[in-house]
Write a protein that binds this ligand. Structure first.
Ligand SMILES: CCC/C=C/C(=O)SCCNC(=O)CCNC(=O)[C@H](O)C(C)(C)COP(=O)([O-])OP(=O)([O-])OC[C@H]1O[C@@H](n2cnc3c(N)ncnc32)[C@H](O)[C@@H]1OP(=O)([O-])[O-]
Ligand SMILES: NC(=O)C1=CN([C@@H]2O[C@H](COP(=O)(O)OP(=O)(O)OC[C@H]3O[C@@H](n4cnc5c(N)ncnc54)[C@H](OP(=O)(O)O)[C@@H]3O)[C@@H](O)[C@H]2O)C=CC1
Length: 269
């Protein structure tokens, strides 16, 4: 499906980024992954049997490192067809306790890092090639705001709007940009980084009774960047078992019947 395509996946050393790199490579793409540490990148590369994944260290917040990464990929492969902006994250905190530096840190990683990568790949590869390209940025649900993550919720809303405005401006270059918004994904980071009570609450109370897997997000991204996804641009695609519409099981315990349903109203004659 992706034979001959060259992709960059940021944050490809773990979780969703690793699953995405493996998925794209499995469809024939040559994939360059980046992250701040070399070791996890090498571990992902070792999981791919055909040598289609290589890692280059890059902090997506640093303009010079982003430029160097894109130049290196072009020097090695001569083109870039796909960019997956997956690197990101945040710390959990009540909004009133987030310091200016903490807020800036999270916005810089998720919004500015995504902008730097997208702008560099578009201006150095997609636009000069005349062939356009595909961009998918990983954001999150719920879109109504994720309590405890004010900085990240704001940044991801910015990323989704950025994808939309660039989908308008760069349609004339054949560049398609979208966001894929996962719900709660059972990655190692999600299972280990946050306080146990927060993690357990989400694990136990999500609407569908199950978390999203990294592979489910990866497969959606692969579809969007595949020939079948050619008409997708300016879209936000949730991969979340309905987490965007409800963050708790239905029906609420207080109104649940013994059947696990709700009571039907009596007909009035
Ligand atoms: C339902 C769940 C949905 C979502 C799930 C996921 O996304 S799972 C996947 C999630 N994956 C990831 O999140 C992976 C990527 N995430 C990361 O690398 C970090 O979490 C990062 C985003 C904070 C950046 O880190 P970095 O190395 O660039 O930064 P740094 O360490 O040097 O800190 C800079 C400043 O930030 C502040 N601050 C930081 N931590 C805390 C805190 N606990 N408490 C309070 N504040 C905190 C503080 O101001 C600090 O400055 P200080 O006070 O030190 O002068
Ligand atoms: N897990 C979940 O429940 C959800 C996750 N998401 C989002 O999906 C994405 C992936 O999440 P997940 O796989 O769980 O998390 P991980 O923590 O496993 O992945 C984050 C990756 O980003 C890399 N990274 C972090 N900072 C930078 C940076 N400044 N420059 C380059 N690379 C960086 C990390 O590598 P290194 O540390 O080596 O730099 C790491 O490989 C994130 O944006 C996350 O917020 C969205 C919704 C839910």
């Amino acid at each position: 499906m992706l034979d001959g395509q060259v992709a960059i996946v940021t944050g490809g050393g773990s979780g969703i980024g690793r699953a995405t790199a493996l998925e794209l490579a499995g469809h024939g793409a040559t994939v360059v992954i980046c992250g701040r540490r070399q070791e996890p990148l090498d571990e992902t590369g070792a999981l791919e049997p055909h040598g289609r994944i290589a890692g280059i260290t890059c902090d997506i917040r640093e303009e010079d490192q982003v430029d160097a990464l894109v130049d290196e990929v072009l020097a090695r492969h001569g083109r870039i067809n796909i960019l997956v902006n997956n690197a990101g994250g945040q710390f959990l905190s009540p909004a009133e306790d987030i310091t200016p530096k903490g807020f800036r840190t999270v916005v810089r990683l998720n919004l500015e890092g995504t902008w730097l990568m997208t702008h560099a790949v578009a201006t150095k590869a997609f636009i000069p090639s005349g062939n356009g390209g595909r961009v998918v940025s990983v954001t999150l649900t719920p879109h109504t705001g994720l309590a405890g993550m004010a900085h990240s919720s704001a940044a991801r809303a910015g990323v989704e709007n950025l994808m939309k405005v660039l989908a308008i401006e760069w349609a004339r270059f054949g560049i398609k940009l979208s966001a894929v918004a996962p719900g709660v994904v059972a990655t190692e980071t999600f299972m280990t980084k946050y306080p146990a009570a927060f993690r357990d609450h989400y694990t136990e109370s999500v609407l569908a009774g199950e978390l999203v897997t990294p592979e489910q997000v990866a497969q959606t991204i692969a579809f969007v960047v595949s020939p079948a996804g050619r008409a997708i641009s300016g879209s936000v695609i949730n991969v979340d078992h309905g987490h965007d519409v409800s963050q708790v099981r239905y029906p609420p315990r207080e109104i649940a019947t013994e059947r696990g349903s709700i009571e039907q109203e009596a007909r009035r004659t």
